[in-house]
Design a protein. Sequence first.
Lengths: 320, 251
Amino acid sequence: MKNKKQLLIAVLIGLGFVILPLLIEGYWIRVISSIFMYGVVTGALNIIAGFAGYAAFGNVVFFGIGAYSTAMLMLRVGFPWWGGCVIGAILAAFFAVVVGFPVLRLRGHYFAIATLGINRAVEQIALDWGSFTGGGKGITLPLPQMEIQSFYAMIYFILFGLLLVTLLTNFAIARGRLGYALRAIRDDEDAAEASGIFAPSCKVIAWAISAFITGLTGGVFAYWFSFIEPATVFDIMIAVKAFVMMMLGGAGTVMGPVLGAFLLELISETVWGQFLTIHMLILGTIVIGVVIFIPRGMLHLFRQRFSLSALIRNIKNQSI
Amino acid sequence: MALLEGKDLSKLFGALAAVDQVDFQIEAGEVLGLIGPNGAGKTTLVNLVTGVYPLTRGELYFEGRRIDGLKPAVIARMGIARTFQIVKPFPGMTVRENVVVGALFGKGGAQRNIKTAFEEADRWIEFVHLQDYRNASVDRINISFRKRMDLAKALAMGPTLLMLDEVMAGLNTKDIEEMMALVRRINRELKITLLVIEHVMKAVMGLCQRIIVLHHGRKIADATPQEIVQDERVIEAYLGERYAKARQRSA
């Protein structure tokens, strides 16, 4: 019964987002599209960082690869935008497999630092290979041949669709063999291997799925903004924000990361818009607050039913 | 043919020989004890068999197939399971989810789906009498329960050989009795061959048909329990005069 009720609520929320573009104006369509985009990036990060516990801070590299692949394929080969996105996603996943086998042998901070290095290296290639990528000046993509309002509406639905796919992927992983393997690896990798889990392959598969989704999103982003530069699409802040969203909502859960993305991006658009200079301060405060008081995320608080008393208990435990 | 055979096993950590030229065999169906002072190389030997550490020298055979050099997960899937001296549960999961990992990825796990794996897990949870705690989070249960959960996870892997690394350590007298009864059932009813590392001598003497003694990485004795307790080198290296005298008096 409880599951049916939850499903009904989920379907109603989904339908709400489908009819929402009829009710809101251009600015809010873009805001909600951007929330969807972060929901997708965070959901993708959750697969490697939330389930498997590998802090892939450099995950934004796949976003950049997807964006640049889409741009290059559209401009230099004449691909349609969606073709560019799909090929870009495949390239990102392939890249994750190639670097994953050596890099995923590292654990903890070492892995996190290595992914940062990879992101910087790929960004540098995009910067220095100016004749092909346009270098630091960035590059303009072919403009869509349609009215701007319907274009934004299309992007809205594409990102909404991607969000649903990401949620379903997370759901399938959480319920399936891969999910148990990844959580076992996160909790104790040696014990996981002793239980018969092929940890290296599981980690690489998880990272490749994460990279595929992130790459796809990068491609959509490039088409959406029709101008990209290395500093934007390889911006480490995209990954940091995704991390905060994931932690805020609940790492390693299905709905948590998306919930976190909605909350933080909504705050970011409505509140920080007024405080351009101190919004990093607010972000920092949220990060510290989350890791100290709700390290397991909001979803965990909700699950404890008395969320307020659970929060107070957490705060009390911390002050000892 | 022995179920597990180690030939001339050595493991060097730098200049230290943690395991030094050890030959041993485990016959199918037996309960073999492995004792020795702290740092004698008992756990290292288990880590060599399970593929956690590569061998410096020597050869390992399981069911006649050479297994040294294989990955831990491959060896686990062949039917060698272990428990850990310091229990390694998956703290983010419930008791049931911990055990299901063994059912999903151990020997025969590839044939199971999530549903049948959970049924298998429930079977082993009942076997170790943890059914009342199956949905408890691991950090909410005490050490005795965690040891039994670790045992259930290892059993869910469907092992032919199970290596128990100090399953009695940290348990009170009553829990030790219960654990000994479980270990006996595992050997007699389930026909699982056991390697038992233990400091609780009552358990070693009561369970094992044969005992190997390690000291500074070397095998110094390999005999029945009755012979072991009278072996001069074993008394000197491990059991101590007091234990030997106490046994003589009680005998």
